[in-house]
Write a protein that binds this ligand. Sequence first.
Ligand SMILES: Cc1cc2nc3c(=O)[nH]c(=O)nc-3n(C[C@H](O)[C@H](O)[C@H](O)COP(=O)(O)O)c2cc1C
Length: 176
Amino acid sequence: LQDTGEGLKQLMRSYPQAVTVVTTANRGEPFGVTVSAFSTISLDPPLVMVSMTKGTAAHDVISGASHFAVNILAADQAKISERFAGRSESHKFSFEGLAVEKAENGCTLIRTAVGHIECTRASSHDEGDHTVIMGKVTRVKHSHDAPPLLYYKRGYTTVASTVPTPSAADSLFGEW
Ligand SMILES: Cc1cc2nc3c(=O)[nH]c(=O)nc-3n(C[C@H](O)[C@H](O)[C@H](O)COP(=O)(O)O)c2cc1C
């Protein structure tokens, strides 16, 4: 019997997720962390969530923040994702060299991102090995009509501009 936690982790590698950098002001200093566990929860009122792994520095900063911003990365921004996941030697977690601006809520926005969602923390939920942080959306900016950066099978990819035609899909699922 496959361990369900491990099975879930492995299956989710085949589930593409868009990549964001969640930013906040940490004691006045700009802070950012790469997050794919982001989703819209409600439109009226507008609510979004991010889910942070317990036991990391980023968890403590984001779950303790009164405001945060979600920067949706573009397909050519894998290096920015790696940087804010702490995987880049030269620019770990730093905004150095990036075009940024201050959000109305004080968080840092990465100007070249597809879009930005500014939030005020609405609630946080202790769920297993993660904390789910709900944000009330205070401002949205769609900056660039660029394809998104996706994380899939432990690597980066983006969307294809077409899906298989119905007839091609039929042959794919012929045995159904
Ligand atoms: C593509 C990608 C997506 C990630 N998504 C999340 C996420 O949704 N939640 C999270 O807590 N960490 C996520 N991480 C990990 C964090 O970016 C970061 O590596 C980790 O929190 C750093 O821990 P530290 O602050 O203790 O150094 C992701 C990393 C990558 C590369």
